[in-house]
Design a protein around this ligand. Structure first.
Ligand SMILES: *[C@@H]1O[C@H](CO)[C@@H](O)[C@H](O)[C@H]1NC(C)=O
Ligand SMILES: *[C@@H]1O[C@H](CO)[C@@H](O)[C@H](O)[C@H]1NC(C)=O
Length: 306
């Protein structure tokens, strides 16, 4: 009796494995290495903006936050917020040299993300229908990310809208690193619902998985070709929470290999050689030391604020 149910379970388990493995094999594609010009385009100055989000709002208000602000010196801040404790710092402003609004959220250290997303509460929930009107309620994101995003969502929206009006522009670039890239990815769903005339782009660094398959599919359909999430070498954050828990990345991964080749990786959660899953098959081989970069020479962490 016990043997019988065990083998039935084993057969069912194998069936699940072969069902999930076959589409991956069928769609397996190879990577496209980026040119130095493309690498520069993705990182300069966006990596500096993502790093500036780690700096105290008093310094990002005045745009006086060390080398991050120094490398983006024409930036004009509209609003800042957060306390760096239970609410991540954020800023919104205008970059004259990019003719774009920039939105950035602060990240966190990889150890606290690992304890949250590997050993902690990985439950998901639907997005608030007041903040996300009309969104399918099957679209679920990590509870903690959702609540951190919601805490500042309306202030960020007001600042983006104000910046668009004040500077007469429609391009908006959403950036962030680590937890900050997760919050900005949720902005890539949230802000277009309220500002349908604006053009949004997303450039994230060290993005953890944020939501379920429906979330990843929604991002792919609404932000097609406008999402780039850059993963560095053996950083483990991009592989958590695991796919086995129902978490999925949208398309748009760019993976930096140990040889400093930047590969554009095809599709969602690409298993292609030279992408994150290939380089970091599980958290045991991950290295939190790679989390902060360097990304094309830019280190993204709170240590770069002075
Ligand atoms: C730009 O950033 C680099 C580090 O990536 C730093 O050495 C340099 O001083 C910065 N430039 C300015 C003007 O802050
Ligand atoms: C953006 O600002 C304009 C002009 O003030 C206003 O009419 C509009 O309602 C605002 N949009 C949002 C989503 O707040």
């Amino acid at each position: 009796m016990i043997m019988g149910s065990k083998s039935a379970w084993a057969i069912a388990f194998c069936a699940v494995l072969s069902v999930s493995a076959s589409p991956t094999l069928r769609t397996r594609q190879s990577v496209t290495p980026l040119s130095q010009a493309q690498i520069d385009e993705y990182t300069l100055p966006y990596a500096y903006f993502a790093a500036a989000a780690y700096c105290e709002p008093a310094t990002t208000s005045a745009w006086n936050c060390g080398t991050n602000c120094g490398n983006t010196s024409d930036f004009v801040t509209t609003a800042t917020g957060g306390n760096g404790d239970d609410i991540q710092f954020w800023f919104v402003g205008y970059s004259p040299s990019l003719s774009s609004v920039i939105v950035a959220h602060q990240g966190t250290d990889p150890d606290s993300l690992e304890s949250l997303l590997v050993d902690g509460d990985v439950s998901r929930g639907e997005l608030d229908s007041d903040l996300f009107p009309g969104l399918d309620n099957e679209i679920h994101v990590h509870h903690g990310f959702r609540d951190s995003h919601a805490a500042v969502a309306q202030d960020v929206l007001a600042a983006v809208n104000l910046t668009i009006q004040a500077h007469g522009v429609s391009d908006v670039v959403l950036v962030g690193h680590s937890l900050g890239s997760a919050l900005s990815l949720i902005d890539s769903v949230y802000l277009p619902l309220h500002l349908p005339e604006a053009n949004f782009r997303y450039i994230g660094f060290a993005l953890p998985r944020v939501g379920n398959q429906e979330f990843a599919d929604y991002v792919d359909s609404t932000m097609s070709g406008k999402i780039v999430h850059i993963t560095n070498k053996d950083d483990l954050v991009p592989i958590i929470p695991g796919r086995g828990l129902g978490y999925h990345h949208p398309s748009g991964e760019v993976h930096i290999t140990d040889d400093d080749v930047w590969n554009a990786c095809p599709g969602q959660d690409s298993e292609a050689d030279g992408c994150t899953i290939d380089d970091v098959p599980n958290v045991l081989v991950g290295d939190v030391g790679d989390h902060k970069g360097p990304y094309n020479g830019v280190i993204i962490s709170s240590s770069t604020c002075s």
